[in-house]
Design a protein around this ligand. Structure first.
Ligand code: SF4
Length: 776
């Protein structure tokens, strides 16, 4: 009964609704595109001229008719329209199945693609893959649309008008990479390597991106983690010495979520495990100001006041300590600082917390007692970002400590230590030592944010410092698979920052909002057309491999990074000939050929023994779980979890909450027409009382205004949100005209969000933005 709750969350690759009809329409359009003929490489084109669907349709009746009747033969390579440097190829005949790894989000699920006469017909979940256990989510299923989208960038582009004007010219790969390298070397020679910033995060080829930026010598590496879960990773890092422990759903008897909406922010196997847990009758408590889909599946929904979840957890600790419900043996053996905690939480009684978080004292008491009784098979989930306030680091510390008190570490139904020791080790490529990066980082790590790990960074501060020119001027930005224009608060500031730079190069499969403001776009092959680095998960090694040959003149990021490194004179730092050479060397320690790995889709290491010997070796200063953090103490900060009062909105202002939907991935999939069929636009959730007050009903336009911006968006009137909150799904409101289906749809939260940063974790405190609402 729980399996069908996510629309489109299914084992079949056939998408629900009229997806099949859409699929053939897309195939026809793609085929028609090929009839357009060659482009003059020296001529300037608008985006519409480069990738016009209307022009695709001209003179293509015969081909379209053929496609509609035969459904095959439509996907000849781009060379047939004179746009490719690749030699002409013929699609392979017959049916084949290829195993690969999804990239419609960062979760890396196993996929089996069915290919018929060179056309990808279906994507199915790989039952052998632990990340998805045979199922694909809606976004994974819709990968076929992304593959055949007419909005793919089909060849390298160089800007030919003012930045952001949408005027481009076609370039060969040699020209585009040479020009990029020339601009990057010019910046390095004149201003030093530090003037060039590099951005990418969480993808299979990221280690090679990091090799490129380290070889170049810049300290400025941006990820997007500070926009997501910096408070969680730093909170757990400074408590357990590990940033992100796992959770054993299958044995858990009591789960508390706050800021983790697994039913809509899908992490495939975790979402399935959560639903199975609910089906088993496990007690699931969800703290969320909104009645999310996860809340709808929980046994108890607590509409907590935004920013005050911290009070709830501190009061739980108060009850567990006062009533001696903690695991005394575990606390004595594995933790430090318990006595300081006892003193700190004395004042955080359930009655005190009730006034802060607006959850009754009796409810807090009951949950604390029941949670402790279920321990160690009880988890306060580490979540992703709790409620997104400046105090979220302290909230995460309280959650981390609550788990420690009930002794659930490495216990069935509790937190799972990082399993690095129990994961197969790939072969590595040797290269010369990287040069020492010169200069401090523009994102303030560590000189402004001493507790933020270098690998996470604080991207919103990097953006701000491009604008201020302090502590030095940035000149160039290389961005791979990211879209800072829509992800960082205060969208206009990010556009201004891009406009200020001397040179911007973007690697992407589509014209993201950031690509639209670039000087060069290097088109990456879609995941179904390319290799990436191998992925070990415990005793299994998985491969992402091409399901079909690239349709267009695109390259894998592995080759883009390598060829760019060569043009920069840094080729020795990415020492592989091509993707297969790299993969062969990664798989070398194991008795399996690359051919066998490709045909099976994964390799299972024989006689692999999991190593749990280090489960209780905590990588903290004390070697123990730090209830009282040594590093916080050294920094003269409160070393035990504590309360920081979050701001409240003024009269007639509302908390602005943002979150995910199951049908889209951040700001990446809104141009996908299959997904738009099931989730066409974002809307502002208003409580009925608020809607009545301003006289609006569902589908009316409303204006939301914050200190930094204003948007118009459709209303969704509901009882399922606190009256002091307004919620919207992020990722809509694209400004790139290259995203023809998404352009103009909905509105962007990045136009409203203020830039507020937690000085400890570097996390972006998105929910500290308050808005007014009025009828449009
Ligand atoms: Fe693909 Fe969905 Fe898995 Fe993400 S969760 S990798 S989109 S199937």
């Amino acid at each position: 009964m729980y399996r069908g709750f996510l629309r489109g969350f299914q084992t079949s690759g056939k998408f629900q609704g009229n997806g099949k009809t859409t699929f053939f329409r897309i195939l026809n359009e793609t085929a028609n595109a090929r009839m357009k003929g060659g482009l003059n490489v020296s001529k300037v084109y608008t985006w519409d001229q480069l990738f016009s669907r209307r022009q695709f349709l001209k003179g293509t009746v015969a081909t379209a008719a053929l496609g509609a009747t035969a459904g095959i033969g439509l996907l000849e390579p781009e060379a047939s329209m004179g746009l490719s440097n690749s030699p002409p190829q013929s699609p392979a005949k017959g049916v084949k199945y290829v195993t690969t790894i999804c990239e419609q989000c960062v979760w890396r699920c196993g996929v089996i693609a069915k290919v018929e006469n060179g056309v990808i017909k279906t994507l199915e979940g790989n039952p052998n893959h632990p990340n998805n256990l045979g199922k694909l989510c809606p976004r994974g299923n819709a990968g076929i649309e992304a593959m055949y989208s007419p909005d793919r960038i089909k060849f390298p582009l160089i800007r030919a008008g003012a930045r952001g004007s949408g005027l481009w010219r076609k370039a060969s790969w040699d020209e585009a990479l040479s020009y990029t390298a020339e601009q990057m070397n010019k910046i390095k020679d004149k201003y030093g390597a530090k003037a060039m910033m590099f951005n990418s995060t969480d993808n299979l080829s990221q280690p090679f991106f990091e090799s490129l930026l380290k070889a170049y010598g810049t300290p400025n590496y941006g990820t997007q983690r500070s926009l997501c879960f910096n408070s969680m990773t730093t909170g757990f890092l400074y408590t357990y010495g590990t940033p992100q422990p796992g959770t054993d759903y299958s044995h858990c008897k009591y789960m508390i979520f706050t800021g983790r909406n697994l039913a809509e922010g899908i992490s495939n196997n975790e979402t399935q495990e959560m639903i199975d847990m609910v089906a088993r009758g496990v007690k699931v408590v969800v703290l969320d100001p909104r009645f999310s889909k996860t809340a709808s599946k929980a046994t108890e929904w607590l509409p907590v006041r935004p920013g005050a979840d911290s009070a709830f957890f501190l009061a739980m600790i108060n009850v567990i300590v006062a009533e001696k419900l903690y695991d005394k043996g575990f606390v004595e053996k594995y933790t430090q600082g318990f006595a300081d905690l006892v003193t700190e939480v004395q004042e955080y009684t359930p009655e005190w917390a009730e006034k802060k978080c607006e959850i009754s004292a009796t409810t807090i008491q009951r949950i604390a007692r029941d949670f402790a009784a279920a321990a160690p098979a009880a988890i306060a989930h580490p979540n992703w970002r709790t409620s997104n306030f400046v105090n979220s680091f302290q909230t995460e510390r309280a959650i981390a400590v609550l788990n420690a008190l009930v002794g659930n570490w490495a216990q069935p139904g509790g937190l799972i230590p990082d399993q690095e020791m129990s994961t197969a080790k790939l072969g590595v490529l040797s290269h010369p030592p990287f040069p020492l990066a010169q200069g401090i980082r523009l994102d303030g790590v560590p000189w402004k944010y001493p507790m933020v790990p270098l690998a996470y960074g604080v991207i919103q501060t990097m953006r701000d410092n491009i604008l201020t020119g302090k502590p030095y001027e940035a000149k160039g930005w290389l961005i791979s698979r990211q879209n800072p224009v829509l992800s960082i608060p205060e969208r206009q500031k990010t556009i201004n920052a891009l406009m200020k730079l001397d040179f911007v190069v973007v690697i992407d499969i589509q014209a993201s909002d950031t690509a639209y403001y670039a000087d060069v776009i290097l088109p990456e092959s879609y995941y179904l057309e390319r290799y990436d680095g191998l992925v070990p998960i415990k005793n299994k090694i998985f491969i992402r491999q091409p399901v079909i040959e690239p349709l267009y003149d695109t390259k894998s990021s592995l080759m883009i990074y390598k060829e760019l490194a060569e043009k920069l004179g840094l080729g020795e730092f990415l020492p592989y000939k091509d993707e297969l050479d790299l993969l062969s060397r990664q798989i070398k320690p194991f008795p399996v050929s690359l051919e066998k790995l490709k045909s099976d889709g994964h390799y299972e290491v024989e006689n692999f023994k999991e190593d749990h010997s280090k489960d209780f070796e905590f990588q903290t200063s004390s070697g123990k779980i730090e209830i009282s953090s040594s590093i916080m103490a050294q920094m003269n900060k409160k070393a035990v979890p504590t309360w920081n009062e979050p701001p409240r909105p003024e009269v007639d202002h509302y908390y602005l909450l943002t979150g995910k939907t199951a049908q889209h991935t951040q700001m990446f999939t809104q141009n996908n027409r299959w997904l738009l069929e099931v989730f066409p636009v974002n809307r502002a959730w208003l409580h009925t009382s608020v809607a009545n007050k301003i006289g609006v009903k569902t589908e009316d336009d409303v204006v939301l205004e914050s200190e930094v911006g204003k948007i118009t968006i459709k209303a969704y009137v509901t009882e399922g949100i606190r009256p002091d909150c307004i919620f919207m799904v992020g990722g809509f409101g694209h400004v790139s005209k290259g995203l023809k289906s998404a352009y103009g749809l909905g509105a962007s939260d990045s136009a409203l969000h203020k830039t507020v940063t937690d000085p400890i974790s570097g996390g972006s405190s998105l929910s500290e933005t308050f808005v007014t609402v009025s009828k449009a």
